[in-house]
Design a protein around this ligand. Structure first.
Ligand SMILES: Nc1ncnc2c1ncn2[C@@H]1O[C@H](COP(=O)(O)OP(=O)(O)OP(=O)(O)O)[C@@H](O)[C@H]1O
Ligand SMILES: [Mg+2]
Length: 245
């Protein structure tokens, strides 16, 4: 049975979709079958990031509305065929309810080792849908006060949705910028304020961002790719030392 992980954040634009795609690719490199479920109804992006947007015929709402079988709405990434994508509906009014989302992922869990659910920003109805099937959650924050402060609120909301296993990824990290900002003494202060255990740090990486814009997976010699490999190993229970840039 696969494990369902919801990738979430309070503040928008912290890198949830990038982490979903990057971590998905890293888990595939570890030999897993991985499904990425885009839950950002009306604002989907994982399909673009992994170069399948031109092929989309069906999405998650079509499965529920009986327009297609689940397998017809799941698309393999061309350059990484063990990485599968289930796109969000194009229209926000087609957003799934939490219970339907849970029923669907309960079935899909039988076919994948990992299901990563890309959550919309904030803690609205889309959040509840994305969190409903989750066995665990990963908070994605940037090392900035607005982003870090929102983590605690999201963590409480996750607990309300019965998700107790919550960890933190600090994304877009740049040590020089962090020191220049001079708000936190060190990363421990960020982790304390976020209120979740640290799973990993992903550096600011323009090559990874450029790859995503072009619809290519984060892989090869990109700095972010190495970070995602370490995080994927930790998710698999391996003890990997922390590396900062
Ligand atoms: N580690 C990184 N290094 C450089 N750029 C990054 C990194 N992570 C994300 N980005 C860039 O930040 C922007 C926002 O990323 P992304 O779309 O993944 O955020 P999001 O949290 O999913 O946003 P939203 O809340 O709108 O869904 C994108 O341009 C992306 O390429
Ligand atoms: Mg997103």
């Amino acid at each position: 049975m696969g494990i369902v992980t919801v990738i979430t954040s309070g503040k928008g634009g912290t890198g949830k979709s990038t982490v979903t795609a990057g971590l998905g690719a890293a888990l595939v490199r570890r030999g897993a079958r991985v499904l990425l479920v885009d839950c950002d109804a009306g604002m989907r992006g994982i399909d673009l990031m992994l170069g399948v947007s031109g092929e989309l015929v069906f999405d998650i709402a079509d499965i529920i509305n009986g327009n297609c079988t689940p397998v017809s709405a799941i698309y393999p990434c061309k350059t990484m065929p063990e990485l599968y994508i289930l796109p969000a509906p194009q229209n926000v009014r087609d957003e799934l309810s939490p219970s339907v989302m849970k029923q669907l992922t309960d079935v899909l869990k039988g076919y994948y080792d990992h299901i990563l659910v890309d959550c919309p920003a904030g803690i609205g109805s889309g959040f509840e849908t994305a969190a409903a099937p989750a066995d665990r959650a990963v908070l994605v924050a940037n090392a900035e006060p607005l982003s870090v402060r929102s983590c605690n609120k999201v963590k409480r909301k996750l607990q309300y949705c019965s998700v107790e296993d919550v960890s933190l990824i600090i994304n877009r990290f740049n040590l020089r910028r962090f020191r220049r900002m001079d708000v936190y003494d060190d990363l421990d202060a960020v982790i304390d304020e976020a209120g979740a255990r640290l799973l990993g740090i992903v550096p600011e990486d323009s090559a990874a961002s450029a790859a995503s814009q072009k619809g290519l997976p984060i892989e090869g010699r990109m700095k972010a790719s190495f970070a995602f490999d370490r995080i994927a190993a930790r998710l698999d229970g391996k003890n990997v030392p922390l590396e900062i840039e």
